[in-house]
Design a protein around this ligand. Sequence first.
Ligand SMILES: Cc1cc2nc3c(=O)[nH]c(=O)nc-3n(C[C@H](O)[C@H](O)[C@H](O)COP(=O)(O)OP(=O)(O)OC[C@H]3O[C@@H](n4cnc5c(N)ncnc54)[C@H](O)[C@@H]3O)c2cc1C
Length: 460
Amino acid sequence: MTHMIKALPEKVRGRVITRSDPDYDEARAVHNAMHDRKPRAVIQCVDSADVMAVVASGRDAGLDVAIRGGGHSVPGFGTVDDGLVIDLSKMKSVRIDSIKKVAQVGGGATWGDVDHATYPFGLAAPGGIISTTGVGGLTLGGGIGYLARSHGLSIDNLLSADVVLADGRQVTASDYQNEDLFWALRGGGGNFGVVTSFEFRLHEVGDVVGGPLFYEFDDATAILQCYREFIAVAPEQLGCLFGWQIAPPLPFIPEDRHGDLFCVMVVCWNGPHEEAERVLKPLRDVAEVKAEQVGVMPFPALQSAFDGLVPKGMQHYWKADFITELTDAAIAAHVEHGKKTPHLSSSMHLHPINGAARRVGADETAFGHRDKNFAPVIVGIWHDPADNEANTKWVMDYYAAVHPHSGSEGGYVNFMSADDDRRAPANYGANYERLAAVKAAYDPDNFFHINQNIAPASGR
Ligand SMILES: Cc1cc2nc3c(=O)[nH]c(=O)nc-3n(C[C@H](O)[C@H](O)[C@H](O)COP(=O)(O)OP(=O)(O)OC[C@H]3O[C@@H](n4cnc5c(N)ncnc54)[C@H](O)[C@@H]3O)c2cc1C
């Protein structure tokens, strides 16, 4: 084993960082500080050849291999004890074809890298709402962000992917090559191989009218009821999520309200700027807006506006569902538990996934829950490990209260925690069986298992 690790630097061009390196602790750390794992080596791959070499070496040595894109996985799937980490963070190039409106994106890029590269062309790909999140994990699980209502999920804009398979070969998956693999990649997570490059369709997105509206927590029931009706019919160029937010000490919030709990709606209007106020009027009429920072801004500015709330190294525990209807009973449960939001980085976010995201057929991609209107997630995020028990309990109690109102067992794979591993079949619904068959075809030994695992179908 030691011999294999020693031989790795001869096979790859990227750095092989082991326990004896001074930056080992930095190299092994992932976003969620709850996962303090000690791999044998972190290999900072620089190209597909590096990835192919590490896959082959890991397989031959019988080691667990974790794939790390942006490292944001809440269950810490970007690291592993005693195994190898394929760290893609050096593979972050983004190439734009502004005529075809297509981006070629390295497997370790973040959404900040993509937004930075596409904005000067007046273009964007639908990603997530925090710029430090990896394109890799976010896309392979689905990809929900402000552009989901207008242009669909990230996977709905994926045109092709270069994938290093468990046998060490790299193939391209698209509508025309390895179609079954391409289908499975769009929602099936890191189960099928290491994506070294993503090709995305881009859309015209430049400056948007965006930002947060803060309301009194006491208005929560009325606001959630309004939001549910509003977002069902609002123009699709509007992205708008609801959440709880303890007020950070920011200048646009009155100083005497810093630390108070509010309801927040974060809007992203990607239509004509002069129409924004008319579109947002119902959100202004429902209750008094106590503080806001809505205005014209570059799309990447909105995409990174909340990064400060979620720096690397905090404790994370999340729970999630999909829901079709936000019932009054569900709203009552949200309000009861939202009231106890423990930290200003903790919240419940209600992401709308209607509009363009809902028009894709349930069997067109592996992301099966296309009849749902919302992807709610209870995000427990805090600094101090001494609060782990209490804050994890807040998420669990909250989830126990709202889950019975969800009307579905499944949730969004990218919002799951480590103890959600048994939910995979429900998370994919009717698509699970086909996913297991594709897994058996491309990774029969379940080599790629540090993920929301899809077990290979037996009998092949
Ligand atoms: C602060 C924060 C904000 C978030 N916001 C959003 C949001 O707005 N919308 C949303 O949809 N999700 C969001 N998420 C969830 C996010 O989609 C998942 O955590 C996702 O797994 C992160 O991807 P990553 O590449 O950063 O993570 P990693 O930990 O690097 O990887 C996560 C999983 O994907 C696999 N993987 C990563 N890259 C590749 C690759 N290139 N090839 C093959 N497999 C790969 C890994 O093996 C692992 O199983 C957020 C998460 C956090 C922590």
